[in-house]
Design a protein around this ligand. Structure first.
Ligand SMILES: Cc1cc2nc3c(=O)[nH]c(=O)nc-3n(C[C@H](O)[C@H](O)[C@H](O)COP(=O)(O)OP(=O)(O)OC[C@H]3O[C@@H](n4cnc5c(N)ncnc54)[C@H](O)[C@@H]3O)c2cc1C
Length: 523
């Protein structure tokens, strides 16, 4: 694997324009990059911060058709997403698995309504079904979800959907892209668009590590910058219409005891008509999410007071008690780049995606969901190939196995290690050679020192935050523990990347300041 300095040198040496240049290393950009490289186009991806730093590490971690979209009668979206869910499981079984959900019903009418709806959901998935839905008695519902409110409970409906590891999936896409011959680099920002005769011919870029600026030429540029989409569009000399509506969603992470089992809870309609999940994750419980329109994009969005109150009230309603402040291990928020539609509430806005081609030839992909990233990439590259007059090559990603793919994931490996897939053997070698790397980063976190070294050597991790937020999920799982683990991580990472003492101290300080925002502050 090329080191960062080599990649930068390689970029400087390119005399030929790239076939395709992608701005943004989230689900949309990585999906487009893999699609492009799989068709044999020479492809470069630049990410301003880190892969999946934006929305793509802040999802509810569901690979789903979206029961809610079925209720909104967006059958095409549900069908597409269910098909993609099947492809994701098939191509990345180390990162996606089946999860059972129970919808508790507090009236006979809702029991029948959800039972019927979830049967339709299961039928729509056809051969990509994850399992059959079924009615549950009151007793069985309580066995699967012991802590839920009992008053008036009539029974429940069990159905199956997918759970995945969002940030690790992004890293696996980045590595797949590299395996296909693509070039990806993080901490390189697109600062402008280069134009000739009104046509986009590349970008101006800045290495955010050392401030170096350079130009990168390409036959077509793809704007996959998520909530920053409008910023890139406004670098284009032609005027553009507003395309984006941004809404924010917040999650709490609670101890695993809140769910007491391996079954997730799904509330199809909260008091204000949203969907709420409580799902088991790495021995803890994620509860979320909210849907609040916001007027500006942020790399580190913070939970709004009303989001925290909403989650606390609904946890109390469905679990019979409000969690104590100390039980909330982490609070994180993400922002959805939604396709704008006049007058609609963000929770009602479609999760469909949209590919736009500007007069300059800039191709923008926006909207969508993690689950449909592959299809989004396919549609984007179809348009990009037309714009750049590239050789017409059909999509090859439906069956493309992602980096780390393994035939049968081994039994007994914890899910936070399974995410390395076929690389797990190499990770084991690392700690066999240096047994000190087997030590845990923190007694309350499942991660070991070896994951830090691996992230630096093979996954382009550059900062303590890259390691603790996206190569592992320490920050999302337990913010206080992540802060306590950070000084040791910082030393180890500094050693691996041969950083100066001053850089190490500064990076640690930056991480601690960011991490504070994930520690729950009382409402
Ligand atoms: C709370 C919440 C829960 C969700 N849950 C689910 C779920 O369970 N399942 C599901 O399928 N979907 C879910 N989604 C939707 C899904 O997460 C998003 O659709 C998806 O992650 C968006 O990816 P993206 O690549 O478009 O944006 P991002 O992930 O934000 O990626 C854009 C990237 O572009 C980079 N960038 C910006 N400007 C520049 C520049 N100038 N130069 C270089 N790079 C730049 C950014 O740093 C960023 O990394 C959820 C969304 C939210 C908000």
């Amino acid at each position: 694997m090329m080191e960062r300095a080599e990649i930068l040198r390689h970029l400087g040496e390119q005399a030929e324009p790239w076939d395709v240049l992608v701005i943004g290393g989230g689900a949309s950009g990585l999906g487009a990059a893999v699609e492009s490289a799989a068709r044999g186009y020479r492809t470069l991806l630049v990410e301003r911060v880190d892969f999946a730093k934006g929305t793509s590490s802040r999802s509810t971690k569901l690979v789903h058709g979206g029961v809610r979209y079925l209720e909104q009668l967006n059958i095409t979206l549900v069908l597409d997403a269910l098909r993609e869910r099947g492809h994701m499981l098939q191509n990345a079984p180390h990162l996606v698995h089946d999860l059972s959900f129970v919808v508790p019903a507090y009236s006979r009418l809702s029991l029948s309504y959800y039972g019927l709806g979830l049967k339709v959901y299961e039928r729509l998935s056809g051969r990509h079904s994850f399992g059959r839905s079924k009615f549950l008695s009151r007793e069985r519902t309580l066995q699967l979800l012991p802590p839920i409110a009992r008053d008036g409970l009539r029974g429940g409906v069990l159905y199956h959907d997918g759970q995945f590891d969002d940030a690790r999936y992004a890293i696996s896409l980045m590595r797949t892209f590299q395996d296909l011959g693509g070039t990806a680099i993080n901490y390189v920002e697109a600062t402008g668009l280069m134009e000739r005769n009104g046509k986009t011919i590349g970008i101006s870029a800045r290495d955010t590590e050392d401030g170096a600026v350079f130009d990168l030429q390409a036959k077509v540029v793809i704007n996959a910058s998520g909530t920053h989409t409008e910023n890139i569009l406004s670098m284009d000399s032609a005027p553009h219409e507003a395309v984006l509506a941004v809404s924010q969603g917040t999650h709490f992470v609670l101890p695993g005891g809140f769910l007491e089992g391996k079954t997730a809870l799904m509330i199809p309609k909260t008091t204000d008509g949203r969907v709420l999940f409580a799902i088991p994750w790495h021995g803890s419980t994620i509860v979320g999410t909210t849907d609040e329109p916001v007027d500006h994009a942020s790399d580190e969005p913070r939970a709004l007071l009303k989001e925290k109150s909403f989650l606390l009230d609904h946890i109390a309603r469905y679990f019979g008690r409000r969690p104590a402040a100390g039980e909330i291990q982490s609070v994180w928020s993400g922002q959805r780049p939604l396709v704008r539609s006049s007058g609609a509430k963000t929770s009602q806005l479609s999760r469909d995606h949209r590919v736009l081609v500007s007069e300059s030839g800039l191709v923008t992909i926006t909207g969508g969901k993690w689950t449909t990233y592959r299809r989004m990439g396919q549609d984007t590259i179809d348009r990009a190939a037309e714009v750049a007059s590239l050789a017409k090559i059909p999509s090859r990603t439906v069956d493309l196995k992602l980096h780390g793919w393994m035939d049968t994931p081994p039994e007994g490996v914890p899910e936070w290690e399974l995410v390395y897939g076929s690389d797990l053997a190499l990770l084991n070698n690392l700690s066999d050679e240096e047994p000190d790397l087997n030590a845990l980063l923190h007694p309350s976190l499942p991660y070991k020192r070896r994951e830090v070294v691996w992230a630096a050597r093979y996954e382009m991790a550059r900062t303590v935050e890259d390691v603790l937020a996206r190569r592992t999920h320490a920050l999302f799982l337990n913010a206080r523990a992540a802060m306590e683990a950070a000084p040791a991580v910082s030393k180890l990472l500094g050693r691996e990347l041969k950083r100066s003492e001053a850089w190490i101290a500064q990076d640690l300080e930056r991480f601690l300041a960011t991490a504070k925002g994930y520690v729950y502050a009382e409402v």
